[in-house]
Design a protein around this ligand. Structure first.
Ligand code: CP
Ligand code: NVA
Length: 312
């Protein structure tokens, strides 16, 4: 079998790159792939395929889940960082994309601006996956929604409270809400609001804004937050600590949510800042399932991007 040089390529650069129907397929596949993993059932549909992982920012979960996931699917992995490749010595991103995509079958990138991953993708012969940019973190929301479904069933019509920064995670939750039919209750400190244009939304029907984070959590089915200072914004840390002081998800916020509400956090977390230890380590928290599910959903995603709708 020869590798086609110009087969149609699907990328996963933001949540809206797939349809609601694609997501229904992915969630079914993720459950089946998880079942195989838990029972040590060999499943090597990506034998002889290679994943290139490019990290321009730090990672634990994304690195381990993509690397372990690709090996578990029978493939192999190449790991690049800015510091140990020509990416850090100003080789144009377009040239890097042309070269890396001739040698590998799929690429995952964690970088700064969304424009950078888009430029890479537009010069890549193979699918490109967003492993986090300043604007989006679609693989995380894929895992989060899969985790919600596992615990509570469909997310359609539900309320997700977002407490904290109007960042990459918030933007991606909003895209998911618009596509999958749920509502986000957004509460961010003044000056850290979501920018609807950056989030790439069609309209504002999928979210409501709350000045008071407690009110955002009222009757929510899921309460979620993230670090006050994302990677790349470390210089703002001291200012942010002051601005975000009232945006710590605590037991009072969980108490006004629905009794069966879940708590999620993409991790890494700072107990005592964006979430209290009682909440993240408490009975409503599903953060460890959420982290584990990165593995299963991304295996389903790689299978989908490389092989289409498999039913094995
Ligand atoms: N949640 C997440 O993406 O974690 P890492 O930064 O460790 O990859
Ligand atoms: N918003 C965080 C998520 C980390 C997984 C960041 O971008 O650093």
């Amino acid at each position: 079998m020869t590798k086609p040089a110009s087969a149609p390529v699907r990328h996963y650069l933001q949540f809206s790159d797939l349809s609601a129907d694609d997501y229904a397929h992915l969630f079914t596949r993720a459950a089946e792939i998880k079942r195989k993993f838990k029972t040590y059932e060999k499943y090597h549909p990506l034998a002889d395929r290679t994943l290139a992982m490019i990290f321009e920012k730090a990672s634990t979960r994304t690195r381990v889940s993509f690397e372990a996931g690709m090996y578990q699917l029978g493939g192999s992995v190449v790991h690049l960082t800015t510091g140990d490749s020509q990416l850090g010595r100003a080789e144009p991103i377009e040239d890097s994309a042309r070269v890396i995509s001739r040698m590998t079958d799929i690429v995952m990138i964690r970088t700064y601006g969304q424009d950078k991953i888009e430029r890479f993708a537009s010069h890549s012969r193979v699918p490109v996956i967003n492993g986090l940019t300043n604007e989006f973190h679609p693989c995380q929301i894929l895992a989060d929604i899969f985790t919600f479904i596992e615990h509570r069933g469909s997310i359609k019509g539900k309320v997700v409270a977002w407490v904290g920064d109007g960042n990459n995670m918030a933007n991606t939750w909003l895209q998911a809400a618009e596509l999958l039919g749920f509502t986000v209750h957004l509460s961010t400190p003044s000056g850290y609001e979501v920018d609807q244009a950056v989030a790439g939304l069609q309209g504002n029907a999928c979210y409501k804004v709350f000045a008071d984070p407690l009110e955002a959590c009222r009757d929510a089915d899921l309460v979620t937050t993230d670090v006050w200072t994302s990677m790349g914004y470390e210089a703002e840390n001291d200012v942010r600590k002051q601005a975000f002081a009232d945006w710590c998800v605590d037991e009072a916020m969980m108490q006004v949510a629905r009794p069966e509400a879940l708590f999620m956090h993409c991790l890494p977390a700072h107990r005592g800042e964006e979430v209290s230890a009682e909440v993240i380590d408490g009975p409503q928290s599903v953060v460890w399932d959420e982290a584990e599910n990165r593995l299963h959903v991304q295996k389903a995603l790689m299978e989908f991007l490389l092989l289409g709708r498999v039913n094995a």
